[in-house]
Design a protein around this ligand. Sequence first.
Ligand SMILES: [Zn+2]
Length: 390
Amino acid sequence: MSPSAVVWDPALLGYDLGGEHPFNPVRLHLTIKLATALGVLEDVPLLVPEPATEAELYRAHAAEYLEAVKQAPMASWNVGHGLGTSDNPIFTNMHEAASLVVGSTMLGARCIAEGKARRAVNIAGGLHHAMRDRASGFCVYNDLSVAISWLLDNGFDRIAYVDTDVHHGDGVQAAFYGDPRVLTISLHQHPFTLFPGTGYSSEIGVEGAEGSAVNIPLPPRTKDAGWLRAFHAVVPSLLAEFRPQLLVSQCGVDSHEEDPLADLALTVDGHRTIYRTLRELADTHADGRWLAVGGGGYQLIRVVPRSWTHLIATVLDRDVDPETPLPAEWSDLVREAAPRAELPLSMTDGGDTGFAPWGDGLDDAVDVAVRDTRRAVFPLHGLDPDDPRD
Ligand SMILES: [Zn+2]
């Protein structure tokens, strides 16, 4: 098997929304430092991305929007396109930094398409809210929409996209809502209770592509067990039917119980289990091809570095034992920058990732979400929504 590719360059830290903005690139820096200190990246060449070209960006974005992003740092007011808001503040070199994020996910996609790697991981990617003509939810350009569009023109015509960020993957869903070649599946906190307010079970794709969008809106406070039950009740069956040539996953970690922006209650152990499950599903249903990117995650010190170190390790088949203590080298680095931060001691939260498989009963609100999603899309894939074996 070809090696797995890891995309990283410190220049990616330039996507910095500034000030007290929660999307702070220090989370990427601390992840790479932790993965390095644990030996996960030992002898792994890091692939250095180039910015995406304008021609590539046009795959997912309007020319007028690109112009607005480029001009925004020089413009004085009323830029429009979702730019200059508290969520999407304008910053110097915004176009260049956002283009590099797209280029980084494109590099992972290219490695897989060209057969240089079976899997690729890019923790700097995952800007899933960006829309064709506007910035949204901290996302300027949508690296996922650009990369998937490119893959569709370069040998792939069945791509599965699984989004495990706490927020609905609305930008990617919108980009392929009418395209039956892309199956988008998003598990997220219920839109009644969280940005961006979409991602209902009833959003299934437009005519000609019905069933190609799948949404599982989960109630606030859902823990590892409920999340995993919902995932297993929906995702494996759909992937088995859809038979993707490639699995793309957005692995935002703002679903963690300590995340300041949302209200699901997963642990680092839950995240690790999700990555191992995605790897297994890619191996079983997508000929081993897996492109994994980051996404949200705003507990910058206690959560993101550990969870994404588990992600990188999983992609590399270098799984890290949850009981592994955090290296002193990493803890010292964090203490220097944030002397009062309460640091975790090991790679586990002690989370319980056991779960009861979904049955035909309705035990709680998670089961209701599962039922609604299965009823909305399973028949469109030849699956029986009420039969737990499907
Ligand atoms: Zn998010």
